[in-house]
Design a protein around this ligand. Structure first.
Ligand code: GLY
Length: 369
């Protein structure tokens, strides 16, 4: 492996995504970017820091005189403004100036929070993304969305802030739990469903290699996802249209995530939301019944849920309506015309949503029967 993908903004090269199997090329790549600052702050969490902060520090020392590490307690519940404030304080205390740099080392929570901190400090300093989860490699580290949750609402406060580099070291994925790894597959499957039927078939054909984290399969899978995402964000960096298709499965998914108080992983909620969106697509006459069942069942081998207990469907609807994807006109939904072709719909009714949630929701009594 070892390859590079250029991501453009306004048709001009903006940053590179490097696909590597170790951290060896990180230091030279960062040096090459020629930052004027002399300091770098790694922002990481208590799960990832002990594994990789030292290795990353050794690399970053090739490009910066001083490398500091700010570590916060792992968990979605810490993706909030209090932790951002604490990180900003750390930068002030260590006398960071506007030429200095932040390096996000971790999963989606770390990348979102570190990027947002970079967007705020002295009205914005440079940052680089070093994702260490599948979800962060294929989705959250690419495209410049940063932010935190607010009052339990997912990603409610944030900014678009493009990284200067995304450095993917696929060997870090070996340290993920099976649950974390498969959570990332929720986003991988999304790309096949919304924009690339051939990739969807490829995933199914290479399922066993994916289960076994076979390096070449994993590398190809991550690169293809990044290529697909780059294609979307280059056309619509600030989500005025096409980028909304990347929210497939997220409308109901985010509501479930909040309802369950973030006990389920993001990709698990995306899988549940995707089943609902595919169901609505079928009921609106876009997909065939066979397509719906095939899509639903395809999440199962990847250990992603397609059913859930103990939710109140009406509460889920209320949460959907309060999501940031809701507008005065209603809720924006990404639906499927076919596998590999998404469409945005603003006319999904509450009854259609309730029927869709009925497809995934089972009560304790149903389970006993
Ligand atoms: N995660 C969806 C996006 O970046 O637009």
């Amino acid at each position: 492996m070892s390859s590079v993908l250029n991501v453009k903004l306004n048709k001009k090269p903006c940053y590179e995504i490097m696909f590597e199997k170790s951290f060896q090329a990180l230091g030279p790549a960062v040096k090459e970017l020629g930052f004027a600052g002399t300091k770098c702050c790694i922002i990481t969490d208590s799960s990832v820091g002990p594994l990789y902060a030292e290795k990353v520090t050794n690399q970053l020392k090739k490009a910066f005189k001083e490398v500091y590490t700010y570590t916060f307690e792992a968990g979605e519940e810490n993706k909030n403004l209090d932790v951002v404030r604490d990180a900003l304080k750390f930068l002030v205390e260590h006398k960071f100036n506007r030429k200095d740099v932040i390096a996000a080392v971790g999963g989606g929570v770390v990348g979102d929070l570190a990027g947002f901190t970079a967007s705020l400090y002295m009205r914005g300093i440079d940052f680089i993304q070093i994702p260490t989860t599948l979800l962060a490699c294929v989705d959250s580290s690419v495209g410049g969305k940063t932010g935190v949750d607010f009052d339990g609402y997912k990603n409610m406060i944030g900014a678009f802030k493009m990284p200067r580099l995304v450095y993917i070291n696929t060997s870090t994925l070996k340290s993920l739990t099976a649950r974390q790894y498969y959570s990332g597959m929720g986003e991988v499957l999304k790309y096949g469903l919304i924009m690339d039927g051939a990739f969807y078939e490829w995933i199914l054909e290479n399922m066993y290699g994916i289960f076994d984290l076979k390096a070449d399969i994993l590398g190809e899978m991550i690169e293809r996802c990044c290529e697909l995402k780059a294609r979307v964000v280059e056309q619509d960096p600030f989500e005025t249209g096409l980028r909304r298709t990347l929210n497939f499965g997220h409308t109901i998914g985010h509501a479930i995530e909040k309802y369950k108080n973030f006990e389920l992983m993001h990709g698990e909620c995306v899988a549940l939301g995707s089943v609902c969106a595919a169901y609505i697509s079928w009921k609106k006459g876009m997909l065939d019944m066979e397509d719906f069942y095939e899509i639903r069942d395809m999440f199962v081998p990847f250990n992603l849920p397609i059913t859930i207990t103990d939710i109140d469907p009406n509460d889920i609807i209320e949460l959907v309506k309060s999501d940031k994807k809701a507008t005065d006109k209603g809720v924006s939904f990404c639906l499927l015309k076919k596998v590999g072709k998404a469409v945005i719909s603003d006319d999904v009714t509450e009854q259609e949503m309730l029927d869709a949630i009925g497809q995934i929701h089972f009560t304790e009594d149903d389970a006993k029967e």
